[in-house]
Every structure is written in C-alpha cells, then in structure tokens.
Write a protein that binds this ligand. Structure first.
Ligand code: SF4
Ligand code: SF4
Length: 381
C-alpha cells in the first residue's frame, strides 16, 4: 500500500486556495485515481451546524474536493453522511454541505435509505456491517474528515469518520456493543477493512481543540492533508497536534492489523513533515495512563467496578440546557431522562446506567454537557 502523505499549507476557506492546496497535497501523496468511477465523498457531520463552529467539514472544502475529483475524471459524485439523530430527509442545511454538493453537480444521498450489507470476513469485532445504501452505489469512498479531538476516542480523523456510513438509527447501538475505547477502535478498524476506502482529504484549515468533536474550540491550523493510506494520514495529523499516533486507539488497532502499515516510521512525507508544522500548544484530550488497560484484567471485579465509576462522566449544565431532549434520544443505554415537575424539571443522568460513550456530549447543540472528572466520593455513591 502507498505510504505517502501530502501536507500543504492553506490559509483559509477561499475555494481557489483550497483547490490549489488539495491538488498539491494529492500530487505529493502520489496522485488520485478516480477516472471512470462513481465516488462517494463522506464529510464529517457530527450534527448539522454552521461551518464557523468547526464541527463539520467546511462546505468550501467539500466544493474544492468535488472540483478536483471531477477533474480527475470521476463518472459520478455522491455526497452524504448520517449524523447521530437524523431521520429520513436530512439535507445538511445549516452546514451548507447539501446545497454545496448540489450546486457543484454532485448528488446528495440520504443515508437512511437503501441499506446494504457489507461482509468483513477478516473482522475481529464485526463480520458484517449494515451500511447506507450509497456505499453500494459507489465504486470508491473518499473520507473527508475534519481534524478534531474526541472525548471518547481522543482524536477523530479519516478512519473514524467512516463510522458515518452506519445509518443514524443504529449508530448508538454500536456504542453499547463496543463501550470501551479498545472495542470501539476494533470495530472502526473492521469497518475500514470492510469498505476499503480509496482516499482521504483532511480539512485541517480550522480544526477543533479541547473537548471535541462538537463542544471544543475552533483552532486555526492552516493545513490540508491527502493520502490513499488513511492510517498514515491520521498518524500525520496526530503528530501535528502533538499525539504519538500509537497512543490513539483507532490508529493503534489499525497498525496491529498490518493492512495499512507495519510501523509508523514507514510513512513518507514528500512535502512538509508533520514536525515542521506541529502546533505545540494544541489543547488535547488527555490520554489514558500507560498500564491502565492491563489493570482492567488483573483487578478483582469489585475494584474494577469502582475504577469504571471513576471514568470521567457527562455532567449537564442546567443553566445552558434547554431540555431539547436530544441527549436522551441518542443515549442507547437509556441513562438520560427528564426528572422532576414544572419549573424543577431537568435532564438527569443515571450514572449506574451510563457507559461513558459521550454521545450526549457530542450531540448537545448548546455545549451543555461537559465531561468531568469523578471525585472518589461520587464514585462511591
Ligand atoms: S441535548 Fe443539551 S440542551 Fe438538549 S436536553 Fe440534553 S443537555 Fe439539554
Ligand atoms: S449518558 Fe451520555 S455518556 Fe452516558 S451512556 Fe448516555 S449518551 Fe453515553
């Protein structure tokens, strides 16, 4: 597999500058071969929100990608995603991604329609995925992630972005089935093996630092990345924001499969090297302490439960909460519900049921759910 990653500077979301940077990054990474193919472009839409919040892949980035893919001879271009709580008819209106796709001659796809079964015989966690019908229509998939931190998975990039191929209605169930970082990472590695994405372009012009992927702060990075090797691209992005790639659960798991790389040192950077453009003060989600995975196996059951209760948990800021109910709808464990009557009515989290998937934190449109450390007294209660 190709091991080149192209990194190119790009100061903002001017379409011509983006196009130039994407083309240059792609040339550095060994080019893009989509001639005669129907291409599915998969931006990252955690939930539909305006581009300036840096939660979604920027529409100007999508526009430049459509232009490049068309110039490379694609026979058809499809665009779509399945945000957490989206029912049929999602058009990505607030993010302008739906309208951008149509205006540029691409076709918008509703991911709630026409499910397709994709086998994964080599899967360790999943042997078959039920995915959006658009996957069947496309000859190849291009992941368009935004560079962001992620409270559960530490970092979200090109590989994790493909979780959006799973229709919204069943996404939460995956968090119940794969509640730990390690099991979720294994499922994401399987998904990438199953759909064999063709390429990735990363929107790292403005990324997100702090408590991503939706409640963090936009951070100007000024880069775009390109590669046909999604693990290599994610590793490069991690280095730029100061994470060792092997510390990121999805990248660590994907490396262990040996399908993309055998070692992160194999990655080639024909243009800029991540160290040249590293952001030393990027605000990161803390990594798990070394050895903590081992402890999960050796601790007796009672102590393990106590340790689990100490895992940072979602806490609702009732000053910000408008009781829209999105958090309760996305919580597959049924751990959030309204509590009390009249003016006292509030959303409340049942921590005994909560599996710490942080979907509620991700989906809350008002950043009213923070992930907080748990005090020993709280864990014991
Ligand atoms: S999603 Fe946010 S605003 Fe809506 S009910 Fe939950 S905490 Fe409140
Ligand atoms: S309360 Fe939030 S973090 Fe806990 S299980 Fe529900 S969605 Fe996940």
């Amino acid at each position: 597999m190709n091991k080149k990653v192209g990194i190119e500077r790009c100061g903002g979301y001017d379409r011509d500058e983006l196009y130039r940077a994407l083309k240059a990054a792609s040339d550095l990474a060994g080019g893009l071969d989509v001639a005669g193919k129907t291409v599915l472009l998969k931006p990252n839409i955690v939930f539909d929100s305006p581009p300036e919040k840096a939660i979604v892949t920027h529409p100007a980035f999508l526009e430049a990608c459509i232009q490049l893919v068309r110039e490379k001879g694609a026979a058809g271009i499809l665009v779509g995603d399945s945000p957490g709580l989206q029912g049929p008819g999602f058009t990505a209106r607030l993010s302008h991604l739906g309208e951008t796709a149509l205006r540029n001659g691409a076709e918008w796809r509703d991911f709630t329609k026409g499910k397709t079964e994709v086998p994964c015989p080599e899967g360790r966690a999943v042997k078959q995925f039920s995915l959006a019908g658009a996957v069947r229509e496309a000859d190849c998939i291009i992941s368009l992630p935004k560079l962001k931190t992620h409270q559960l998975m530490i970092f979200t990039g090109a590989m994790k972005n493909l979780f959006g191929l799973v229709p919204s209605a069943v996404k939460s169930a995956f968090h119940v089935r794969f509640p730990s970082q390690e099991s979720f990472a294994s499922m994401i590695a399987d998904l990438n093996l199953a759909v064999k994405p063709h390429y990735a372009f990363m929107d790292a012009v403005t990324g997100m630092e702090g408590p991503g992927p939706a409640a963090g702060t936009p951070r100007h990075i000024g880069l775009v990345l390109a590669s046909s090797n999604l693990l290599a691209l994610d590793a490069a992005a991690c280095l730029i924001i100061g994470y060792p790639p092997g510390a990121i659960p999805v990248s660590r798991e994907a490396l262990a499969r040996g399908d993309w790389l055998n070692d992160f040192s194999e990655i080639e950077y024909p243009g800029l090297h991540p160290e040249e453009v590293r952001i030393p003060d990027f605000v990161k989600v803390p990594l798990k302490k070394p050895g903590s995975q081992l402890l999960d196996f050796v601790l007796p059951k009672g102590l393990r439960r106590f340790r689990e209760a100490l895992v940072p948990r979602p806490e609702i800021n009732h000053e910000l909460c408008v009781r829209c109910g999105d958090c309760a709808r996305i919580c597959a464990s049924g751990a959030i519900a309204p509590f009390g009557d009249g003016k006292e009515r509030r959303m409340a989290v049942n921590y005994k049921k909560c599996i710490r998937c942080y979907c509620c934190h991700e989906i809350c449109p008002l950043k009213a759910i923070a992930i907080k450390k748990v005090k020993i007294t709280q864990a014991l209660s």
